[in-house]
Design a protein. Sequence first.
Length: 298
Amino acid sequence: MTRIVVVGSINMDLVTLAPRFPEPGETLTGDRFLTVPGGKGANQAVAAARLGARVSMVGAVGDDAFGRQLYDGLVAEGVDVTHVARLEGIGSGTASITVAGGENNIVVVPAANGRVTPAQVEAARAVIRGADALLVQLEIPLDAVEATLRVAREEGVPVILNPAPAQRLPVEWLAHVRFLTPNQHELTTVLGAESTSDFRELMRRAPCPVVLTRGEDGAWFRDGDDEPRHQSGFKVEAVDSTGAGDTFNAALAVYLHDGLDVAVRKACAAAAIAVSRLGAQAGMPRADEVNAFLEAHS
């Protein structure tokens, strides 16, 4: 069984379905409202667990009602929460999400996620040491991200860094990443580059291997000195794109032992299934669903 450690955010998603996105200053009547466990870290942890991996989560929740639901939800999905801190007097992270036409707008409030510390990462060193891969994102403080990269490097564990929300990162951090998994905007920002339509050139400039997600176009990937290669996307009816990128990253980590080409293809399939369903974690597929989807689209 593949062993995955995820260091990252844990949020409650406050999701509003609407016929369209409101204009500034406009009040719009929505179609439906629901609360769904989310956060890039927790999403990737749940997605990896559903795909059959043994998953440990490093993160933080508050002592509010959302925190209790989020913690219990991870336990129910089979995720090891030994290193999920439950902080007194702090609210849990939230993401206010409006979904319209299969796309989404998101406003994130970090709350407890902003209290994840390098010391907490260091305390999880033994778990990280035993992992086949580690997933980390940028919804926690950067000093905790830096500590994660350092501990993983010292323990010889490959890191998949999903640079979202996008911000420029030190080159020395990227040099120790096994795979960077941005979209084109995120890659431009991470590298501190000027905006360009030539994403392949950006991939060549990156100081680490890149797996670039491009929505319906699928993904482009490059390992070492290879030229970027393309995995086409799968056509599905888009319902909600929330969590699709997290599903992609989790699948990439889980299936990496099968080789990069196979892992990217399975990641694209898993993300396509997630897009066709409502809710981030609610839409994440299990391994048998990914295999059946690929057989149907062979």
